[in-house]
Design a protein around this ligand. Structure first.
Ligand SMILES: Nc1ncnc2c1ncn2[C@@H]1O[C@H](COP(=O)(O)OP(=O)(O)OP(=O)(O)O)[C@@H](O)[C@H]1O
Length: 323
């Protein structure tokens, strides 16, 4: 990807320190401190109303913090010269001028940030909107609008990119495309901060996770550690010789739980070890599978123990069924 303007800073981090936002009596963001680092995709998770969008808006100085600070490359957003060259963002509320073409919307943004006009055609090409560049944005589908928002985020070729629900409205091909785009941008050493309701999509995209609930930090950890630390892993076995299998497990000091469909679930060992044991005892297995929790399961488990939601507030399951 080209460097626009050549005025890139070092650092490439978003740093929050005690960031807090109150709306009247409601604390939407509650003393959040974390750093978003370069070279990886960092996922930002939390149920509806957890404070993700408010946090992202404060990064861009669209909401003013009640307390605490957020810095981009060590500086406040308002102190950045030509901010689009430092941080590009796609927020839900991205306002594009409906009566203008995609090209002209981007051109206005480019001009106000002293970005050369040739970059407009480049980003339209990156997001696959070249063919509709001269069409009025008013007629764009949700997916095309998302692509245009992503184009505007990329315009200044920034080292930091922030996406709020970027796959909203995209079809499977579009989802696949943005996943690869985010991974590619991270591999270039950029800082990628992305929120999504789609757990399975997040599990495929993010390397690191920031999880919040009711405005508070619940986890700041690698994807692998998050899933490992918040889930039960076990091995599932099925055999037509279940009695003998259970005896064998018991004599090996392993406890098996029988499930409703006649399978056995065994904790504290590996599928390899169980396969070898079964072979030693000449037992027929119809299933031998290591079970690892999904991100969604890990997520529910962690939040169930970490945060008590009031009855009138959305529960995790409800939040994630939406998209
Ligand atoms: N301008 C505002 N005035 C009053 N309350 C607000 C305002 N903006 C957000 N809130 C409240 O702050 C809380 C956090 O909202 P926010 O949109 O940041 O959450 P979110 O995690 O992005 O949720 P979602 O996933 O639904 O987008 C919510 O309770 C919301 O109603």
């Amino acid at each position: 990807m080209r460097r626009a303007g050549g005025a890139l800073s070092v650092g490439r981090m978003i740093e929050l320190d005690g960031l807090t936002k109150r709306f009247g009596g409601l604390t939407a963001v509650d003393h959040l401190s974390f750093q978003v680092r370069p070279g990886v995709v960092t996922g930002f998770l939390g149920p509806n109303g957890a404070g993700k969008s408010t946090t992202m808006r404060m990064v861009l100085d669209l909401d003013i913090p009640t307390a605490g600070t957020v810095r981009i490359n060590g500086r406040h957003y308002r102190d950045l010269d030509e901010p689009l060259k430092h941080i590009g963002a796609l927020l839900d509320a991205k306002a594009m001028h409906g009566g203008r073409s995609a090209y002209n919307n981007l051109l206005c943004l480019a001009q106000s940030n002293r970005i050369p006009e040739r970059r407009v055609a480049e980003v339209l090409d990156i997001v696959g909107l070249t063919a509709v560049a001269r069409k009025k944005v008013r007629g764009f589908s949700l997916g095309m609008g998302q692509r245009l928002g992503i184009a505007s985020a990329l315009l200044g070729d920034p080292e930091i990119l922030m996406f709020d629900e970027p796959v909203n409205g995209l079809d499977p091909e579009g989802i696949h495309w943005i996943r690869n785009l985010m991974k590619k941008l991270a591999a270039e050493g950029r800082t990628i901060f992305v929120s999504s309701h789609l757990m399975s999509e997040m599990a495929l995209t993010a390397d690191h996770l920031i999880v919040i609930g009711q405005g508070r930090l619940l986890a700041d950890t690698s994807m692998a550690d998050f899933i490992h630390g918040n889930s039960r892993s076990y091995v599932r076995l099925r055999s037509p010789q279940q009695e003998r299998l259970r005896d064998m497990l018991a004599s090996a000091g392993l406890t098996a739980v029988v499930t409703g469909n006649g399978a056995l679930e065994v904790d504290g060992t590996t599928a390899e070890r169980l396969g070898e044991l079964a072979a030693e005892h000449q037992l027929v297995l119809h299933e031998l599978s290591a079970q690892r929790a999904s991100l969604e399961e890990a997520f529910m488990r962690m939040t169930a123990s970490a945060v008590e939601y009031h009855a009138h507030e959305p529960r995790w399951g409800e939040s994630y069924e939406k998209s």
